[in-house]
Every structure is written in C-alpha cells, then in structure tokens.
Write a protein that binds this ligand. Structure first.
Ligand SMILES: CC(C)(COP(=O)(O)OP(=O)(O)OC[C@H]1O[C@@H](n2cnc3c(N)ncnc32)[C@H](O)[C@@H]1OP(=O)(O)O)[C@@H](O)C(=O)NCCC(=O)NCCS
Length: 146
C-alpha cells in the first residue's frame, strides 16, 4: 500500500484524528483513556500520520526529542483492519527519516512484548530487563540510525 506521511500540527483536526486512532488501538483494548494532562504534555512532540491513497488515516506515532543524539518513538499504532500488511514498517521507516533530519543518531522505544518481533524485523535490539508500563510487559529497544 502506498502511503503519504505528514507531520501534523498539535491541536489540528488531523492531530485529533491521530488521538482517536491511538485511543482505539492502544488505550481502549487495555480499558484505559488518555487524560487531558497526558495529551497536553505532548504539545512539543512530533505527531507523524500516515494516509492511504484515499487520504484516510491508517497509522500514526509520536516522536519525542529525548536528547541531542536520541529520539524516542512512542504510541505506534496501525488501524486494526490494515495491520500486518507492511504499514507499520513504512511508518517506522518514515519516523527514522524524521529523526535523521533532526540530526539524531539513535531511535529508541518502550516496546510492548507482543510487538518485539515487529521491531526486531525493523532492525531494533532489546536492552535491559522486561518492565511494566500501562499494565503490560515491555522491553526497551533501540536502533542506531547512522
Ligand atoms: C505492532 C504494529 C505497529 C505493527 O504494524 P503492522 O503494520 O501490523 O506490521 P508490519 O506488517 O509492518 O510488520 C509485520 C511484522 O511485524 C510483526 N507483527 C505485526 N503485528 C504484530 C503483532 N500484533 N504482534 C506481534 N508481531 C506483530 C510480525 O513479525 C510481522 O512479521 P511477518 O510479516 O514476517 O509475519 C501494529 O500491528 C499495531 O498497531 N498493533 C497494535 C498496537 C501495538 O502493539 N503497537 C505497538 C506498541 S509498542
């Protein structure tokens, strides 16, 4: 599937649409909801959205500028009906290009244990011990971009 990726403006309708997708894919299945404080805290993060040929939002993630060399990839979500078709892989690649453009050399994330094989396939390595976040097991993973 050919996708178009765009960094959407915080507070825009396109941004609100990404929050709805994240809520559907990452929060509702856990019985959780985003709080206003959590969402407001993302005002200075980058919101990357991927659209299909009909201009429908099919995936999104959030990038947090962590330090001069590292970008943190967060909130990786692909719409349920189009998962495992290579969209997540395109999304992660697009976010790595954004990180490179911002001068970063390492991308890292807190990966859900179930998604570890997805990140491994995309060149990420786990490090450290398994830990709990939002009530489910996670691993820290990272990839050297340059
Ligand atoms: C995980 C996710 C982002 C992957 O995106 P995707 O478009 O489905 O994945 P791709 O098609 O690009 O990659 C497929 C590969 O990833 C892995 N994979 C995909 N979905 C997976 C899942 N739900 N659980 C475990 N591994 C998965 C498989 O290894 C698969 O490899 P294969 O094609 O050789 O079988 C997406 O399925 C998703 O949004 N899942 C629900 C939310 C989530 O877990 N987000 C990650 C939070 S850290």
């Amino acid at each position: 599937m050919k996708l178009r990726f765009e960094l959407v403006e915080f507070g825009s309708n396109a941004h609100k649409e990404t929050i709805n997708l994240r809520d559907d894919i990452l929060r509702k299945p856990l019985g959780l909801k985003f709080t206003k404080e959590q969402l407001d805290a993302e005002f200075n993060q980058l919101h990357l959205a991927g659209y299909n040929e009909k201009d429908e939002l099919v995936c999104c993630l959030v990038l947090m500028d962590y330090n001069s060399e590292k970008m943190k990839m967060r909130q990786v979500a692909v719409a349920q009906n189009v998962q495992t078709k290579g969209i997540g892989t395109q999304l992660v690649k697009a976010s790595e290009n954004v990180a490179l453009e911002k001068g970063k050399s390492i991308m890292f994330c807190h990966a859900r244990e179930v998604a570890v094989p997805f990140y491994v396939k995309n060149g990420y390595n786990t490090y450290g011990e398994k830990f709990d976040e939002v009530g489910i097991p996670h691993f820290k993973m990272e990839k050297k971009l340059v």
